[in-house]
Design a protein around this ligand. Structure first.
Ligand SMILES: [Zn+2]
Length: 64
């Protein structure tokens, strides 16, 4: 299952793996600019809800 966030400006969606999520992922989300419209990440991402499938390559939950 994935947690879905939406860009406040353009509606672009991001997905995070709900079973492998931590504070570092939220921190990373807060710093992530929207890949579609370039809006700065801080307070831009809206929590939409959850989704069972992963429809795009825009995950940000990967470990570094
Ligand atoms: Zn956007």
């Amino acid at each position: 299952m994935y947690i879905v966030f939406e860009c406040r400006k353009c509606g672009h969606n991001l997905y995070m793996d709900a079973y492998n999520i931590g504070w570092k992922h939220f921190k990373k989300l807060a710093e992530k600019d929207c890949p579609q419209c370039g809006e700065e990440g801080y307070e831009n991402w809206i929590l939409l809800g959850t989704n069972r499938t992963f429809p795009s390559d825009d995950a940000i939950a990967e470990d570094e």
